[in-house]
Design a protein around this ligand. Structure first.
Ligand SMILES: O=C(O)COP(=O)(O)O
Ligand SMILES: [Mg+2]
Length: 215
């Protein structure tokens, strides 16, 4: 039995196309060129405010527009679910982990409103007993507090594990002193070797094995 907390974007779901569409609708409103999918992926990981800061820096937007653009971005983001897909093998892996008696949670830097809407859209909202978003607390990852809050909400003494796709997730796990399982195929920016981890997997068909190997 373990308490297993997952990152969301780039770990369980490929949400970059929806985030790209939100960014580009926001940029179109101020006559700026759209972001490519690669740019979008490279801006994801530190939450919506950092995403918007990176976006406006990349398109030479006046920083005075930041507050308004962030508000618009977050409003559009709530309904941005149609282009997002669950990575192959994720549903089967989550079902197997639940059947084995583990309790599951989410700790993401995605704002909590779009987190709830995309989980509901994908019919995954019943799988997790704790869901913490990037604006659920006054601090976000890599601060340890959101991961600790998700683990505490799972409400047991079982061993904790965090599963994520980025250097931000790895640092969060280090800060919380929680073992980290790394998915290599998500949105990480730094070289694989530089990411501290206790286990890793390249395909979600190997996710359960990577997690249970640590127990
Ligand atoms: O929204 C973000 O910037 C990142 O989201 P994640 O923490 O689920 O990877
Ligand atoms: Mg991620």
């Amino acid at each position: 039995m373990a308490r297993i907390v997952f990152d969301l974007d780039g770990t369980l779901i490929d949400s970059a196309p929806d985030i790209q569409a939100v960014a580009n609708a926001t940029l179109a409103g101020i006559d700026k060129a759209p972001l490519s999918l690669a740019e979008t992926r490279s801006f994801i990981g530190n939450g919506a405010p950092t995403f918007v800061r990176r976006m406006i820096a990349a398109r030479d937007v006046d920083e005075a527009l930041f507050d308004g653009l962030l508000a618009e971005f977050k409003t559009r983001y709530v309904d941005a679910v149609e282009l997002t897909v669950v990575f192959d093998g994720v549903r089967e892996a989550l079902d197997a982990l639940r059947r084995a008696g583990h309790s599951l949670g989410i700790c993401t830097n995605k704002p909590i409103a779009p987190t709830h809407s995309v989980l509901a859209h994908l019919k995954m909202d019943g799988l997790f007993d704790a869901v913490i978003g990037g604006d659920s607390l006054p601090v976000h990852k890599p601060d340890a507090a959101p991961l600790q809050a998700a683990l505490e909400a799972l409400n047991s003494d079982a061993a904790p594990i965090y599963v994520g796709d980025s250097e931000v997730d790895a640092q969060t796990a280090v800060n919380a002193a929680v073992p980290f399982v790394f998915y290599t195929g998500g949105y990480h920016k730094t070289p694989l070797d530089s990411i501290p981890k206790q286990a890793s997997f390249d395909h979600h068909t190997d996710m359960v094995r990577a997690i249970e190997g640590l127990l």
